[in-house]
Design a protein around this ligand. Structure first.
Ligand SMILES: [Zn+2]
Length: 423
């Protein structure tokens, strides 16, 4: 209604005209519109709340009621303080509050979103090494084994102590050093003549825990670091001498040029040191690169050692340079491998799983092969690992690092322990 009238007025004021809505336009100010701004009554306050009586003094100030309107306006009774009713300027205050609010939100955002440079150290005591390494890395730390100690409480491979301790808040990415159990001290597990007999001990829960002096006592592993400096000769596939395999001189890293025999001997020797900590006897087919051994020679070394497991350490090679990862091979069932192929397959499954877990490589799987000299001449359970592919630039770079070689050795060790623990 008002809008309509306003519009009408805009066009032209025509007093007396009846609007389209049937309301007569007065032509003047509409009654609902407020008049010119009302004067604000100044707030008046007394100092002590009581107004002293106005005492007119002769010849000085006239009585209020005798004043002219102009004088009345400016008249103030004595003792009355007039509050200055000045509209307050809130703009600077609002501006300041706004700036503080924006700054506050910005600081809060930075605090919440800034990648924290500190983190809480996870408690790793009582965890297995694999679990401890996973947990430490997930929390942003670098785990490392600092030492091994005999323990009557923790079975071997379990973390006994750590530095810094769990729950401490320290710089992210820093090292956590672990002391790991290597099991019960030899000789403390039983009376003479019963070294390998299980020892039972009451633990806190009243349940009996079985402790074994050295669960791998008497176990022998033959470790064969693949290849050598000398060129390989052709050799018979199997004792039936059905055909000869072409000599395999090993692969070379596509990125680094590292020969396979240098990588395999380093991993092989690292594996030896780990297995020996577990009390396992290790027979190496070679501890030097300057040897001349055929795959048949190497298998015979494993046979002569009466190895419980023969582990051939190799790196893979593929024509597809984009392919990367870890594979484990075992002898397929042939007339030469009848007595060992099942054990080999079991070992291969455990070792492949632990290797992939430890090395964080692609799982290329487990394969049974029937024409490998190293398998067919072996009379002990045998497997061959292809740690990673030297034909792949990323795998090759990994294989060149000490850290990855330790991960490989650890994966092999863990797989071997699994195999010995799950016959
Ligand atoms: Zn090889």
């Amino acid at each position: 209604m008002r809008l309509f009238r306003g519009k009408k007025r805009k066009e032209k004021e025509r007093p007396g005209e009846v609007g389209a809505d049937g309301v007569e336009d007065s032509g003047g100010e509409s009654p609902d519109e407020s008049g010119p701004g009302e004067e604000e009554t100044p707030a008046v306050a007394t100092v002590d709340g009581e107004q002293p009586p106005v005492v007119p003094e002769e010849g000085e100030k006239p009585d209020f009621f005798d004043m002219s309107p102009e004088e009345a306006v400016s008249y103030r009774p004595p003792g009355v303080v007039v509050a200055v009713s000045k509209p307050r300027d809130f703009k600077p205050v609002l501006k300041a509050i706004g700036v503080i609010a924006v700054l506050g939100v910005a600081v809060l955002g930075v605090v919440l979103l800034w990648p924290s440079s500190e983190a809480r150290v996870p408690d790793l005591i009582g965890k297995t090494l694999t679990e401890a390494f996973d947990a430490a890395r997930a929390a942003g730390f670098q785990p490392a084994v600092d030492g091994w100690e005999y323990s009557g409480e923790q079975s071997d491979g379990v973390v006994l102590s750590q530095k810094p301790n769990g729950d401490k808040v320290v710089k992210k990415g820093s090292a956590i050093s672990l002391t790991v159990s290597k099991g019960l001290k030899p000789g403390t597990g039983g009376s003479p003549g019963r070294e390998s007999a299980p020892v039972t001990e009451q633990d806190g829960d009243g349940e009996s825990a079985e402790l074994v002096a050295n669960p791998y006592e008497g176990k022998t592993v033959c470790v064969d670091p693949g290849h050598q400096v000398a060129l390989a000769e052709k050799e018979w596939t199997d004792p039936g001498m059905s055909r000869k395999n072409p000599g395999d001189d090993g692969a070379r890293g596509v990125a680094t040029g590292n020969p396979e025999y240098l990588v395999t001997i380093d991993i092989g020797l690292k594996l030896k040191s780990l297995l020996e900590k577990d009390g396992i006897e290790v027979v190496m087919t070679r501890e030097s690169n300057d040897v001349d051994l055929s795959n048949i020679n190497r298998a015979e070394m494993a046979n002569n050692a009466g190895a419980d497991l023969y582990v051939r350490v190799h790196c893979g090679n593929s024509s597809d340079t984009g392919k990367s990862g870890t594979a484990t091979l075992f002898p397929a069932s042939t007339e030469w491998t009848e007595s060992i192929f099942e054990a080999g397959k079991t070992a291969a499954l455990f070792i492949q799983e632990e290797l992939v877990k430890s090395c964080s490589t692609n799982d290329l799987g487990v394969f049974g092969l029937h024409d490998k000299s190293g398998f067919n001449w072996s009379r002990v359970p045998v497997i061959e690992v292809e740690i990673a592919l030297l034909s792949n630039p990323e795998d090759d770079e990994l294989l060149a690092t000490d850290e990855f070689r330790w991960e490989a050795a650890w994966g092999l060790r863990n797989g071997i322990i699994q195999y010995f623990s799950n016959p």
